[in-house]
Design a protein around this ligand. Structure first.
Ligand code: NAD
Length: 427
């Protein structure tokens, strides 16, 4: 007799202890004892903490943390922890940083630590009038917002500005209020969301409309991290390399198909540091891509030019809503170590370092693409991954990978055949 398909309707799953949840999932998915034991091993993140960070926890996911060397930022040498599952990302930053180290490394700056919260107001017959009526209440709004977070205010943060726009939409005019808040060393999502929720009923009262959404904007364009760097022509391999890279940038800035991949490479570096410090990768990614499209055309987050002396000058400007407090930053033990290794003492310092990493990453990706192609650098690690996928263990990994590279064919079937040949030779 055929068994009925198991049901995903598991009432009270969230109330179960982790071992009980693992058991329930094992029953559903047919996990054996070894697989259950694997899930139960949460490594260097205590199960209790994991269970507090998110809901319905059954395990943790280990991602390698690598260190990018050679980084000199604003005259200070830094080791950069990067959490990523993708090969070549850490090496790319090391390589780019090595090629500009003797020329001074990276120079960074930041526009500020301001976040924006939005309050959506609908159903006002006189939106322009309502806009002015809200703006008249600026002082009152400041008091209301600052009262939400006395800790933040004590630390020098809090309400900074009020902006109100009338937005024409498919369902008519909306009045959108922006609370501009200095969130100091916090990413600030919870901080500004609380303020927006507190303010919304008052806006409805003052205007006679209905408030709907009250939430931060991830387009953190008042929190722009900037980095620049000049690579000397002699350090990068000459004019042809330089011109190929500038041409690659022009391609990316003109074409969204290329820009998506160009910026993905930049985010390889940025997201790895954001994750290694316990910050919100999705928030930073959303902000970066929205900023890249701010002119109504999705383009490059970086700029590349040739200096008067013929060197290659790169720069980046990107929203960087990261914090040293809040979220998982102060709770996750590996994130805390990430911040300690980096040696940053403010959210601004962290954001600036991350921008420099994004620029370094972009340099290496463009240089590889404009010269040897991306696969050459990728292949050594990729070949090892393929060897492991084929079942190679211990020394076999290197042995199989080497054969794949020598053959110029990094394919799973070839790796399997080579592994078989290797093992039969040993018998
Ligand atoms: P939080 O509320 O946990 O901590 C921030 C608070 O810490 C401040 O409001 C302040 O009261 C206090 N604080 C102590 N020391 C401070 C200092 N030196 N500087 C500033 N504040 C200090 O965290 P948060 O930063 O408001 O929110 C971040 C979390 O919100 C992240 O986990 C993020 O994933 C999540 N989140 C993100 C979104 C989004 O991006 N769309 C939406 C909702 C929640």
């Amino acid at each position: 007799m055929k068994h009925p398909a198991p049901s995903s309707r598991i009432g009270g799953f969230h109330k179960l202890a982790i071992p009980e949840r693992i058991q329930a999932v094992a029953g559903f998915a047919g996990l054996d004892a070894a697989e259950q034991a694997h899930l139960a091993n949460t490594g260097n993140l205590a199960p209790d903490l994991a269970d507090h960070l998110i809901e319905n926890v059954i395990g943790t996911m280990n991602i390698p943390v690598g260190i990018a060397t050679n980084m000199k930022i604003d005259g200070v040498d830094r080791l950069i922890p990067m959490a990523t599952e993708e090969s070549s990302v850490v090496a790319a930053v090391c390589n780019a940083a090595r090629q500009c180290y003797d020329n001074g490394g990276f120079v960074t700056s930041m526009s500020g630590t301001l976040m924006i919260a939005q309050v959506q107001l609908t159903g006002v017959p006189d939106p322009e009038h309502a806009r002015i009526r809200i703006l008249e209440r600026r002082a009152e709004i400041q008091v209301l917002c600052d009262a939400c977070d006395p800790v933040l205010v004590k630390l020098g943060g809090g309400f900074r500005d009020l902006e109100v726009r009338v937005l024409q939409t498919q369902s008519g005019a909306m009045v959108i209020s922006h609370l501009v808040v200095d969130t100091r060393d916090a990413m600030g999502a919870n901080a500004v969301n609380t303020m927006a929720e507190k303010l919304a009923p008052r806006i409805a009262e003052w205007t006679g409309g209905q408030t709907n959404l009250r939430i931060l904007s991830n387009l953190a364009d008042r929190r722009l991290a900037r980095a620049r760097c000049t690579w000397r022509l002699t350090d990068i391999g000459g004019e042809a390399v330089r011109d190929g890279m500038v041409s690659a940038y022009h391609f990316a800035d003109a074409d969204p198909y290329r820009a998506a991949t160009h910026n993905k490479g930049i985010m390889n570096g940025i997201s790895a540091v954001v994750l290694a410090t316990g910050n919100d990768t999705r928030a930073v990614e959303a902000g970066a891509h929205a900023y890249a499209a701010r002119r109504g055309h999705y383009g490059s987050l970086t700029r590349w030019e040739v200096t008067a002396g013929g060197d290659l000058a790169g720069s980046i400007e990107v929203p960087m809503a990261v914090g040293l407090v809040g979220g998982a930053t102060k709770l996750h033990p590996t994130a805390k170590l990430g911040l300690k290794i980096l040696g940053v003492h403010s959210a601004e310092e962290l954001a600036r370092v991350i921008a420099a990493v994004g620029l370094a990453q972009n340099f290496s990706a463009m240089k590889a693409l404009a010269t040897t192609g991306i696969q050459k650098g990728h292949m050594a690690l990729h070949a090892q991954n393929i060897a492991m996928m084929a079942g190679a263990e211990g020394e076999e990994v290197q042995q199989v990978a080497r054969v794949l590279i020598d053959l110029g064919t990094v394919r799973l079937d070839v790796a399997q055949a080579e592994l078989q040949r290797l093992r039969s030779g040993r018998r």
